[in-house]
Ligand binder design. Structure first.
Ligand SMILES: Cc1cc2nc3c(=O)[nH]c(=O)nc-3n(C[C@H](O)[C@H](O)[C@H](O)COP(=O)(O)O)c2cc1C
Ligand code: SF4
Length: 454
C-alpha cells in the first residue's frame, strides 16, 4: 500500500512513471481504435465500446417518472456518443427506493419513459448517426432503502454487526419469493417502452449484493453458495423467460465486497482485503448459463468507510477517512477484478469501471484494457456526469480535454449523502452548486455535523 495522493499528472510520461514506481499493472496505449469498435451484446450491436455506468441523480418526479433534470442527463449522454447507456438505479418496489425521488418505471408512467427514449435516440441519431443500446438497472435498495423523507427503512438479508444501526428488518423468504415477480414486471415494462435490456443489480450492498453474502441467514436464501445465489439466479431465469431472446438480461454485481467473512462476498475468509475469485467466477458462469448476456463488475460498499474500493477519488465525502492506498492502486484492483470476470465470461461482454480518476488518460488506459481483452466496454461513471461529451470529443478531436474532466472531488456523492438531487457540481456548477450548498446546509443542521473550516 502506498500513500494516498491527488492527481497531478500533466503528461503521459508523468503518469507512466508513477504507475511504474508503484509497480502496478495499469497499461496505456495511444492507439484508440479499440474504443470505436462495435460490440455484440446478445442479439444486438452496440456501435462502439464506450459505455456510461449507471449514475443516479435522485431527481425523478415523485411518481418515479423522468423529471427535467433526468431528461437533461440522458439527452447529454445520448449526444455524447456512447455505444451503450447503462441507465441508473430504477426501483422495482416503493419500499426498496434509496430516496423518494429514485427512478421507478410503472404502468402509469411508462409513456413518459417511452417519450424520453424516443427523444434521446433522435438526438443520438442526429448528432452521431447511430443510437446507443439502453440498459435499465433494476434495483431493490435493501439495507439502504429510504423511500420517504430523511428516515432510513433498512430491509436487510441478515443482521450485520458492522453495518447495523438497530432499526433493520430482515426480509422473509416469502417477501423474496414475491419480489421476483416485481423484477419481471419492471423488466416487461422496460421492454415495452423501448429499452434494449435490463440489469438485475447485485452490487454496492443493496439487497441482492447482501444476499450473495448471506452466510449467516437460515433457510433457502442463506448458507451455501447455491442458497446465497438463489435469488439472483431465480430472478434472472424468471426475467429471461418473460422477455424472450431479443431483450438483454444483464447484471451489475459486486465481485469483491472488501467486507469480512461471514458478512462479505468475494473476500478471503481470513483477510477481507484479499480477493477470492472462486465464488465470483462460479457466479459468472451460472448467470451466463441462465441467460445473462452482459455483465458489469463493481466492488465495495460506497456507503461505508472504504468508498475508494468502488470509486477512487482525490477527495472524499464527509466522514470518510483518507484511504491508506494510492488511487492508482484502487484502480488497478478494479481492473484486475474486471479481467477475472471477463475471462470467466468468455464471449459475454463485461463493462469495466474505475476510470474517472484518470481524467484525460482514460482513452489510453481504456484502449489498452480493450486490446488485452481485460474488458469489452470502457465504463464512464463520474466522467459521464462531468464530461458527457467525452466520447464525442475523442471521436471528433482525438483527445479528452483535461479542463472538462471529472476531478474526483466527491461533491456529487456528498449531495447524495445529504439527501439531495445530484449531478456534477464542478462542471455544471450553475445547476448543481446551489443545490450542493442548499442540501449540505440542511444536512449539517439536521445531523448536527461538526464542520471543520478548510
Ligand atoms: C453520484 C453517483 C451516482 C451513482 N449511481 C449509481 C447507480 O445508480 N447504480 C450503480 O450501479 N452505480 C452507481 N454509482 C457508481 C458508478 O456507477 C461507478 O461504479 C463509480 O462511480 C466508479 O466509476 P467512475 O470511477 O467512472 O466514477 C454512482 C456513483 C455516483 C458518484
Ligand atoms: S462533482 Fe463532478 S467533478 Fe466532482 S466527483 Fe462528481 S462528477 Fe466528478
Amino acid at each position: 500500500m502506498s500513500k494516498h495522493e491527488t492527481f497531478s499528472f500533466k503528461t503521459l510520461e508523468e503518469i507512466q512513471d508513477k504507475i511504474k514506481n508503484l509497480g502496478l499493472d495499469i497499461r496505456l496505449d495511444n492507439d484508440f481504435s479499440p474504443l470505436f469498435k462495435p460490440r455484440k451484446v446478445g442479439s444486438k450491436i452496440a456501435p462502439n465500446s464506450m459505455a456510461t455506468l449507471p449514475m443516479e441523480g435522485c431527481d425523478s418526479n415523485t411518481d418515479g417518472s423522468p423529471s427535467e433534470l433526468v431528461y437533461e442527463r440522458y439527452k447529454k449522454a445520448a449526444a455524447g456518443g456512447y455505444g451503450l447507456i447503462w441507465w441508473e438505479a430504477n426501483a422495482v418496489v416503493e419500499e426498496g427506493k434509496a430516496n423518494e425521488l429514485q427512478m421507478m418505471l410503472t404502468a402509469s408512467n411508462q409513456s413518459k419513459f417511452a417519450d424520453l427514449l424516443k427523444e434521446v435516440n433522435k438526438i443520438a441519431e442526429e448528432r452521431n448517426g447511430y443510437r446507443p443500446l439502453h440498459i435499465l438497472q433494476l434495483t431493490h435498495s435493501g439495507r439502504y432503502s429510504r423511500p420517504e423523507g430523511h428516515i432510513s427503512r433498512p430491509l436487510v438479508a441478515y443482521n450485520d454487526p458492522i453495518l447495523d444501526k438497530g432499526n433493520e428488518i430482515v426480509v422473509t423468504d416469502e417477501y423474496l419469493d414475491s419480489l421476483i415477480g416485481r423484477y419481471v414486471y419492471s423488466a416487461k415494462l422496460a421492454q415495452e417502452v423501448g429499452f434494449d435490456g435490463v440489469d438485475i443489480k447485485g452490487c454496492h450492498r443493496y439487497l441482492i449484493n447482501e444476499l450473495l453474502a448471506s452466510h449467516t441467514r437460515e433457510g433457502k436464501y442463506g448458507g451455501s453458495f447455491e442458497n446465497r445465489s438463489r435469488f439472483l439466479i431465480e430472478t434472472i431465469k424468471a426475467v429471461k423467460k418473460a422477455v424472450g431472446k431479443d431483450f438483454i438480461v444483464a447484471s451489475r454485481f459486486n465481485v469483491f465486497d472488501a467486507h469480512p467473512y461471514p458478512y462479505g462476498f468475494g473476500s478471503d475468509h481470513d483477510d477481507m482485503w484479499k480477493f477470492d475469485p472462486s465464488e465470483p467466477v462460479k457466479l459468472v458462469k451460472l448467470m451466463i448459463e441462465n441467460g445473462v448476456e452482459l455483465l458489469s463488475n463493481s466492488a465495495g460498499n460506497p456507503y461505508y468507510i472504504y468508498p475508494q474500493v468502488t470509486r477512487p477519488f482525490d477527495k472524499s465525502s464527509y466522514g470518510i477517512p483518507i484511504p491508506d492506498e494510492h488511487p492508482l492502486e484502487s484502480i488497478e484492483r478494479l481492473f484486475k477484478l474486471t479481467e477475472v470476470v471477463q475471462k470467466a465470461a468468455g464471449d459475454v461482454p463485461v463493462v469495466g469501471n474505475g476510470y474517472s480518476w484518470l481524467r484525460q488518460f482514460i482513452p489510453y488506459v481504456g484502449s489498452a484494457n480493450l486490446k488485452a481483452q481485460r474488458c469489452s466496454f470502457v465504463g464512464f461513471g463520474r466522467s459521464s456526469l462531468a464530461y458527457p461529451d467525452g466520447p464525442y470529443d475523442l471521436i471528433h478531436q482525438g483527445y479528452m480535454d483535461p479542463k472538462k474532466c471529472c476531478i474526483s472531488c466527491s461533491l456529487c456523492t456528498q449531495i447524495m449523502r445529504d439527501h439531495g438531487t445530484t449531478g456534477c457540481v464542478v462542471r455544471n456548477s450553475k445547476v448543481y452548486m446551489p443545490l450542493y450548498k442548499k442540501f449540505n446546509a440542511e444536512a449539517v443542521k439536521r445531523e448536527n455535523r461538526i464542520v471543520k473550516e478548510e
